[in-house]
Ligand binder design. Structure first.
Ligand code: OGA
Ligand code: MN
Length: 285
């Protein structure tokens, strides 16, 4: 079967078939990488990769950001180590509830993420989809006066802020892998280091725009998020076990959709580090 790339009807995303991610020849990898830059989200149905194979695929995009010690690919799951379902009030489930808010991965870290690879192992009977929003198309759709103003603004990105906003107070020292230092400051507009395309850089971790008071800052960031995350700039994927996706955190927001926690949902996540030249925070962060 030849490699095919079928764009979705949204401004982002394409489904890629006719390729084995474990056996990519140079031409296929080139086609995948070009499509990644163009569509920012690629869906590969039915790959069925192991954790190590998924990490090997992720490594093609760059260095892996290790989120949990010694694990390149981590489970995103409502099942505990003993195999039992976790209670909603556990720390881990509070983190997963956070994933249901629009975000870009690791923006609260000194070096934000470049890409993320996510795959499905066990899928609940209803809900539990993943959805993405196109921050490039959102930027393009803003009126020029608004764009000029946004070019002058930065925002802090704080994991403590985003969790607090959903009623989860994270104590210092409790956030294990998460950044505990001062939150990084990042421009609201990001120029993609490969394509040169500009995009809004926002999400639930963004807060406290310097020069605006707290309420004004929150209002502007909420307004930009609502503007970004609507059709035709959103795409939702209904998972089948074995599906693999990769997305560009420099161009998109994403979120998990809710599901009934009496059912299992087991996903595998591998995160690709950003490049210091383009994904570092501003010096004054
Ligand atoms: C993630 C994430 C969404 C999901 O893995 O970074 O946000 O649908 N996942 O599980
Ligand atoms: Mn995420």
């Amino acid at each position: 079967m030849p490699l095919t790339i079928e764009p979705t009807s949204a401004t982002l995303g394409a489904t890629v078939r006719g390729v084995d991610l474990n056996a990519l020849d140079d031409a296929s990898w080139r086609a995948v990488l070009d499509a990644f830059h163009e569509y920012a989200l690629l869906i590969f149905p039915g790959q069925g990769l192991s954790a190590a194979e998924q990490a090997a695929f992720a490594r093609r995009f760059g260095d892996i950001e290790v989120l949990v010690e010694n694990l390149e690919t981590i489970p995103i799951s409502n099942k505990g180590a003993d195999g039992a379902l976790l209670d909603d009030d556990t720390f881990h489930m509070q983190l997963l509830r956070g994933n249901e808010g629009w975000h870009t991965d690791s923006s609260y870290m000194p070096l934000a993420a470049k890409a993320s690879v996510l795959s499905a192992q066990v899928v609940p009977p209803a809900g539990g989809e993943t959805e993405w929003a196109d921050c490039r198309a959102a930027w393009d759709a803003l009126d020029p006066a608004k764009r000029e103003r946004l070019r002058t603004l930065n925002a802090y990105h704080s994991y403590f802020y985003s969790q607090r906003r959903i009623g989860h107070e994270v104590a210092t020292g409790q956030a294990y892998g998460f950044f505990e230092g001062p939150p990084p400051l990042r421009p609201l507009v990001k120029r993609h280091p490969v394509t040169g395309r500009e995009a809004l850089y926002i999400g639930r971790h963004a807060c406290d725009i310097p020069g605006l008071d707290g309420a004004e800052s929150e209002r502007l960031l909420d307004e930009l998020m609502a503007f970004t995350c609507q059709p035709p700039r959103t795409y939702m994927h209904r998972w089948q076990p074995g599906d693999v996706v990769v997305w560009d955190n420099r161009s998109l927001l994403h979120r998990a959709r809710p599901y009934d926690h009496r059912h299992e949902r087991v996903m595998m996540h591998t995160r690709v580090r950003g490049e210091p030249e383009s994904e570092s925070a501003l010096a004054s962060g």
